[in-house]
Design a protein around this ligand. Structure first.
Ligand code: NA7
Length: 554
């Protein structure tokens, strides 16, 4: 009997689990559900006060998912997808959080989830071939496996701006928004940051604030969401097609989203035809703007046609030519940063109570008790909103002191950039899985599609190990090196590395700049992962119980 089977028995020692899962967002919840289905004992630790992960923290005004609700939802339960009623094309954050809570209740997940508990440390015990996991409450548990379901955009980044702590008004970070309703009525508000969170929140805050000043370092491309209520007919039409939609999203699409697959490049069409297609996608709204042609992410000349179209739209919408010019992105190809999806973002700058400040040419010097000083000018404010993003993809993992073989920490190993095999495991850290980790499509995709794929793969892998009496599993260094090189090589066939984006770690001072997600597409990536599994987990070392003893004593 393997150690996994022995700890799976009902009489397992208190504080000993087959699997510890870190995080109870969409990844952690589904992982728990699948592991239970295998009959394993599982404990999930969640830092937040409830389930939902990124949707628990990102409660800022206007927060929505940029993937349509009917697709940004679990597919593992047909009853769930047939019964849940999404109210809008893009569900607002409170509705997504309600959905997460519904899933937790519906599948009876809460009894194995411990909230308000951060995992501080995880150390691999080579003699026992298991992990010792220590929480913020000081308690330690033992687990054969650890799954990091810590999320890619959960570690909000406070900017290092002089005087920030001296500010006398309220300061909010979009990624760590308070739970009570924040009302900016009558207040002078500043928003620093014009990524997706800034772009979603600015129009809503502008409606409340007496004056809103937006501090922009980099202009971003944004496409109208065209959000609208979903009718029952629309929901039914979608539900009827779910088998095909989900299959396409998993197996065919690059980004896990069901849409038309382009078969032409942007330069294959004449000016009028191309413009008509861009107009049609602009009118439709949403992320599929970028899939009108098949080479927008690859060919700069093709990309320029789409970028110019959006720049022209900005100039049409924004009345003040100087403001319009500032809002036109000019230092990265369109789509090389995750494109934003907005409701009235550019039009908001036509409001008399909104000012745009260009902090690229006039950087913020300091925050005063009652103002932001930039370019020698003081902008008086009562409240400050930091929409300054995340230490993405690796930030939440790096906060945990993870020690693998020979006491090496994951942070030491990843000092020059994250190294994983398939984004799932890192050599030297046996029995430690990462969901949607660096080296997998993750943030370049519909996250729920990628989450379900990883959870299913890990679950199948643990069943395989149990059935064959394997005790431990580890990525081979050589396979990992090849995969890291492949991820990098594929990224550099595209325009993505041309942007200083959080995909590259470029938003965090001193973070190594390598392209973190796998850009080959979710369909291709799934085939690779399935192929690896079909070959008995090629590129991974499987260690039987007796071998494990030998490895530990050698
Ligand atoms: P992003 O996309 O990382 O955007 C952060 C914004 O904050 C961006 O405009 C940054 O400018 C700006 N920023 C960051 N630090 C500073 C400082 N110190 N001073 C001024 N401006 C700063 O984060 P979001 O939360 O908007 O979106 C993240 C993802 O969540 C998004 O892609 C969706 O997938 C959902 P910069 O571009 O670095 O010049």
């Amino acid at each position: 009997m393997s150690a996994l089977q022995s700890v799976s028995r009902k009489d397992h020692a208190p504080g000993a689990y087959d699997v510890v899962v870190v995080g109870a967002g969409f990844a952690g919840m589904y992982m728990l559900h699948r592991l239970r289905g295998l009959g394993l004992t599982v404990r999930v630790y969640e830092q937040g006060g409830d389930v939902g992960g990124t949707w628990y923290w990102n409660r800022y005004p206007g927060a929505r998912c940029d993937v349509e609700s009917m697709q940004y939802s679990y597919s593992f339960s047909d009853e769930l997808q047939q019964q849940w009623n999404w109210s809008e094309r893009y569900a607002p954050q409170p509705e997504i959080l309600r959905y997460a809570n519904h899933v937790a209740d519906r599948f009876n997940l809460r009894r194995d989830i411990q909230l308000n508990t951060r995992v501080d440390r995880a150390a691999f015990d080579e003699s026992a071939n298991s992990w010792s996991v220590t929480m913020s409450d000081g308690k330690t548990v033992i687990a054969k496996y650890v799954v990091l379901a810590t999320g890619c955009l959960s570690n909000a980044r406070m900017p290092d701006i002089k005087g920030l702590s001296d500010f006398k008004g309220r300061v909010y970070h979009t990624g760590h928004w308070p739970h009570e309703r924040i009302d900016f009525t009558g207040l002078r508000v500043a928003v620093i940051g014009t990524g997706s969170s800034g772009i979603q929140s600015v129009p809503v805050i502008a409606e409340q604030a007496s004056h809103l000043t937006v501090f922009q370092r980099t202009a971003n491309f944004s496409i109208p969401a065209r959000n609208a209520p979903l009718t029952e007919e629309e929901r039914q039409a979608f539900r009827a097609k779910y088998p095909e939609i989900r299959r396409f999203a998993r197996e065919v699409a690059r980004n896990g989203i069901y849409t038309e697959m382009p078969d032409r490049g942007a330069l294959d069409d004449g000016d009028n035809e191309r413009r008509a297609k861009y107009e049609q996608r602009w009118a439709r709204g949403g992320l599929t703007f970028m899939s009108v042609y098949n080479n927008l992410g690859l060919d700069k000349a093709a990309n320029d046609t789409a970028a110019n179209f959006v720049r022209e739209k900005i100039a049409e919408i924004v009345r003040d030519p100087q403001t319009a010019k500032l809002l036109q992105p000019n230092n990265h190809p369109i789509g090389s940063k995750r494109i934003c999806i907005d409701t009235d973002y550019f039009a908001t700058f036509n409001r008399p109570n909104v000012t745009l400040v260009d902090i690229r040419s006039n950087p913020i010097e300091e925050i005063l008790p009652n103002a932001v000083r930039a370019g020698g000018k003081d902008y008086e404010i009562d409240a400050l909103v930091l929409a300054t993003g995340f230490d993405a993809m690796t930030g939440s993992v790096a906060k945990i002191d993870i020690r693998g073989r020979h006491g090496q920490t994951l942070n030491q190993k990843w000092a020059e950039g994250p190294k994983t095999y398939l984004g799932l495991m890192s050599a030297g850290f046996p029995n430690l899985f990462i969901i949607t980790g660096p080296g997998s499509p993750s943030v370049l995709s519909n996250m729920i599609v990628s989450i379900e794929q990883h959870v299913d793969w890990i679950s199948d892998c643990l069943a395989f190990m149990r059935d064959r009496g394997f005790e431990a599993m580890e990525a081979e260094r050589e396979a990992e090196e090849k995969w890291v090189a492949h991820v990098n090589e594929v990224a550099h066939t595209t325009l993505y590395p041309q942007a200083n984006s959080w995909y590259m770690g470029a938003n965090i001072p001193d973070k190594p700049q390598i392209f973190m997600p796998y850009i080959g597409g979710v369909g291709v990536y799934r085939q690779i992962c399935n192929g690896v599994a079909a070959k008995g987990y090629e590129g991974f070392v499987m260690i039987a119980a007796e071998q494990a003893q030998r490895v530990a004593t050698s």
